[in-house]
Design a protein around this ligand. Structure first.
Ligand code: IMP
Ligand code: MG
Length: 184
């Protein structure tokens, strides 16, 4: 889906498909250099990280394993529920593995800080975070992503995996949502 297809629901395009791909290419190059000579298991956080994982992993000129976790963070609105629970756990035993958690956005950081401590208790060789976007509130949490695409302002964004009420995930770009969509 193109931004033009849902023009009325958006206030603007923040990052185009081309900008996203260029940024992921830079992140992939960095990851490739950092993990040289080590095995790598990328763990995507469902469902939002699907697009980031697909393009970031394909940007790597090396082998990588992929696994997925689903945790509850948001309900169907735009506010964090504060409740984290595992909806789908990993299929992989991560003990002794180099784990890179892949996420599309860190907002409060609540979900990821909980996830990182959960994964750390499984004795991996290392755990790092790659996120395409980070919002300002995340700075208050003890979550330090090693790879960050962009820091953005505190506004609700959709597209490239990011949803509002399960819609807009298939938008190619990342865009700001018009207030009328969420009743603002
Ligand atoms: P956190 O626990 O507050 O960091 O929440 C992170 C999760 O909330 C992300 O993985 C997204 O699923 C969702 N989220 C946070 N901000 C946005 C946004 O602007 N648009 C869409 N989803 C968001
Ligand atoms: Mg998410």
């Amino acid at each position: 889906m193109e931004a033009a297809d849902v023009e009325k629901d958006l206030t603007g395009v923040l990052f185009t498909e081309a900008q996203i791909q260029a940024k992921l290419g830079e992140m992939a190059a960095q990851i490739e250099a950092d993990y040289e000579g080590r095995d790598l298991l990328m763990v995507g956080v469902l469902r939002g990280a699907v697009m980031v994982m697909a393009d970031l992993a394909r940007g790597l000129g090396r082998h990588v394993e992929m696994d997925w976790m689903a945790v509850s963070s948001y309900g169907s609105g735009t506010k964090s529920s504060g409740v984290v629970r595992i909806l789908k756990d990993l299929d992989t035993d991560i003990s002794g593995r180099h784990v890179l958690v892949v996420d599309e956005i860190i907002d409060t950081g609540l979900t990821l800080s909980w996830l990182i401590s959960n994964l750390s208790s499984r004795r991996p060789a290392s755990v790092e975070i790659a996120t395409l976007l980070r919002k300002p509130d995340a700075l208050a949490m003890p979550v330090e992503p090693k790879y960050i695409g962009w820091d953005i302002a505190n506004e609700f964004v959709v597209g490239y995996g990011l949803d509002y009420d399960e819609r807009f995930r298939n938008l190619r770009d990342i865009a700001t949502l018009a207030p009328h969509v969420y009743g603002g």
